[in-house]
Design a protein around this ligand. Structure first.
Ligand code: SF4
Length: 432
């Protein structure tokens, strides 16, 4: 069995992510596949033979969005349309999973008129075009795109065919000039992108100096994203942009959706869904998604109002919220703490997630001082995410915290492990 096979199975069976190939026809300067410190084991996947894809498809969950072109594990994700059998694979998935949304992320360069025509017949489909830049000179220089008009043209073709799509870009104003990201967002919005994800640039300690920048840039880009959202009427989300509270605030509303028709707007705070008060943004979104014609009580500019979202159970509401905290996770944390009879737990959080973990600790009846930060020392640079914390990072943070406190339970972020992990002091590892 190939080394990568267990990772492949994990991605498919747990995340509904179907990796097809690690090959890519571009060479983006910022590609994360190039910046891994030595010692990080990642896998390059050859284009999977169609029969292997058919076998793997048996592990996908029907009815749950199937994701192609996004990485979920240590497998380097490439450009799905470089796969020689991509259309056959998409047709096969459409036949075997009728009605299941197929979400495909692509750099757009291989979306020819024939491919787009074919895609139009494979709906429900959700395409995300990682355009990165609409400027041909920037595309050549930063993305290594030798035919830089293709991807912007693909956006136009998707719009013309009525194929719903989202846009994304890595904002690199320190490399491309201040206006490039904004022009790219405007282009995507003008052709009907439902949402645009503006990824904040990042670099590890091994990145060349030209990729490094002052982190003030993140604050500026987040402000640009908010202002474009208000101006264009398209949710432009800066990522990462973790909120520092659980207030169920709507970030933006997608045009033509139940939320837009019900009159909801960015900045509205959801107070109740069918009378139930959501604990977090994620819970508010889930409650609305699960309900048929939910009655929403919300707050706008200090005044309360009510509206009904005309939608069926399971349909997406059409508003966007920043991801804060999964309420199931709050329940799980509470259960773990109860099971261990812990009275003085220590929550270890990533630098990015610390404000949210503090909110979770407060919600569970503990103080903010029960939370300690683990910095991403191994990757360094601007990396601050829990999913990229290593054992040595967690060990360093825990050792420092244990110098001045004696917790009876230590909780680590599950993103670093793949699942929630706890250490009960004086006992072996336990995991839930
Ligand atoms: S398109 Fe994506 S996978 Fe390909 S080089 Fe650029 S960032 Fe890497």
């Amino acid at each position: 069995m190939a080394d990568w096979y267990p990772f492949l199975l994990y991605a498919v069976s747990r995340e509904n992510v179907l990796p097809l190939t690690s090959a890519c026809n571009l060479g983006c300067l910022f590609c994360s596949n190039r910046q891994n410190p030595p010692g990080i084991k990642t896998f390059r996947l050859p284009p999977l033979p169609p029969e292997q894809v058919e076998e793997l498809a048996g592990f996908l969950t029907p009815g749950r969005k199937v994701i192609i072109g996004e990485s979920a594990t240590r497998i380097d994700e490439g450009e799905p349309f470089t796969h020689p059998y991509i259309l056959e694979i998409l047709r096969f998935l459409r036949r075997t999973l009728p009605g299941t949304l197929l979400a495909v992320t692509t750099n757009g360069t291989l979306l020819t008129p024939t491919v787009v025509e074919e895609l139009a017949s494979l709906q429900p489909l959700e395409i995300t075009v990682s355009l990165n830049s609409v400027n041909p000179a920037v595309r050549e220089r930063i993305l290594g795109d030798r035919e830089p008009d293709r991807a912007p043209q693909a956006v136009k073709m998707l719009a013309k065919k009525g194929i719903p799509f989202h846009g994304s870009l890595v904002a690199l104003p320190h490399l491309t000039g201040e206006d490039d990201a904004e022009a790219t967002v405007r282009y995507l919005a003008a052709f009907g992108a439902l949402t645009v994800r503006l990824f904040l640039p990042g670099y590890t300690r091994l990145a060349p100096p030209e990729l490094c920048f002052d982190l003030i840039l993140w604050r500026e880009l987040r402000a640009v994203a908010r202002s474009l959202t208000a101006e264009l009427g398209v949710p432009v989300t800066a990522e990462p942009d973790p909120p520092d509270n659980f207030s169920p605030e709507i970030y933006g509303v997608i045009r033509g959706t139940p939320a837009a028709r019900a009159g909801l707007r960015g900045g509205d705070i959801i107070l109740a869904v069918d009378g139930r008060e959501p604990r977090t943004r994620v819970e508010a979104f889930s409650l609305v998604k699960a309900a048929r014609a939910p009655v929403i009580l919300f707050e706008r500019n200090g005044a309360e109002a009510m509206t009904i979202l005309k939608k069926e159970r399971g349909d997406t509401p059409g508003f966007v919220v920043s991801f804060d905290f999964d309420p199931d996770r709050l329940d799980e944390l509470a259960a773990t703490i109860r099971r261990h009879r812990a009275r003085n737990p220590l929550f270890v959080a990533s630098r990015l997630g610390v404000r949210l973990v503090e909110q979770a600790a407060l919600h569970l009846g503990f103080g903010k001082d029960s939370v300690t930060v683990a910095d991403n020392l191994f990757f360094g640079g601007s990396i601050m995410a829990a999913g990229l914390l290593t054992v040595s990072d967690l060990q360093a943070a825990t050792t420092a915290a244990l110098r001045h406190r004696t917790p009876d339970l230590i909780l680590f972020p599950r993103e670093a492990w793949g699942q929630v992990s706890t250490i009960k002091l004086n006992t072996p590892w336990s995991q839930v």
